[in-house]
Design a protein around this ligand. Structure first.
Ligand code: PRP
Ligand code: URA
Length: 208
């Protein structure tokens, strides 16, 4: 599936704040959440709705409500936790799964260390949250684990992506939806995104 790159002046403005090495941790966290809100609006566009009768103070009318079971949001630890509050703000009844993965510094292969998914994944819309899509190894592993657990309707929400990561994910999992706030130029020789914003987890949690 084609990746959707958000094209919005608010995204451009906020991503520039995230990129700036002088942006302090407290602002980084807040701006990441603001971008998470925009991503959450955009990547839930395909959620199905059904008619519902509503009594306004003036008359009876027909509204719409979300159908199906509550969706699932799955932040990829650690940095994905930064996108969890805005997604829960817009999807307050969502179930939350957790997936712990870190990239091995030498091999760049994602190492799984924690997993806890809610039930009925096969019947729910699933949103994977991870601000960074670099080689695509972590996102591809997250999708793989969710598919093994039964998930069929998966969307990835990321802030920054490298073309290499998008291509890898499309090749490994052509059926998933990908939403990114910006598509960067390339990876460097350590698989960091250029121009990028550095290590999202370290900046978010002050572990630089
Ligand atoms: C970062 C990021 C992604 C991953 C992306 O996590 O949050 O999960 O790297 O890289 P990839 O596309 O090449 O797999 P990291 O492994 O640094 O762990 P952290 O979130 O705990 O800092
Ligand atoms: N993970 C990050 O946090 N930043 C990158 O540039 C690549 C992977």
């Amino acid at each position: 599936m084609e990746a959707t790159v958000l094209d919005h002046p608010l995204c451009d403005h906020k991503i520039s704040l995230l990129r700036d090495r002088k942006t302090p941790g407290i602002l980084f966290r807040r701006v990441l959440e603001e971008l998470g809100l925009i991503l959450a609006v955009e990547c839930t566009r395909h959620l199905p709705t059904e008619p519902v009768a509503v009594e306004t103070p003036l008359e009876r009318t027909q509204g719409r409500r979300l159908t199906s079971l509550d969706p699932v949001v799955v932040p990829v630890l650690r940095a994905g936790l930064g996108l969890l509050p805005p997604f829960l703000q817009l999807l307050p009844t969502a179930k939350v799964g957790h997936l712990g993965l870190y990239r091995d510094h030498d091999s760049l292969v994602p190492v799984p260390y924690y997993r806890n998914f809610p039930p009925l994944l096969d019947q729910r819309y699933v949103f994977i949250l991870d601000p960074m899509l670099a080689t695509g190894g972590s996102a591809s592993e997250a999708v793989r684990q969710l598919k093994v657990a039964g998930a069929e309707r998966i969307t990835l929400a990321s802030v920054l992506a490298a073309p290499e990561g998008v291509a890898r994910l499309q090749q490994d999992h052509p059926d998933i939806r990908i939403f990114v706030a910006a598509l960067d130029r390339e990876l460097n020789d350590k698989a960091y995104i250029l121009p990028g914003l550095g290590d999202a987890g370290d900046r978010l949690f002050g572990t630089l």
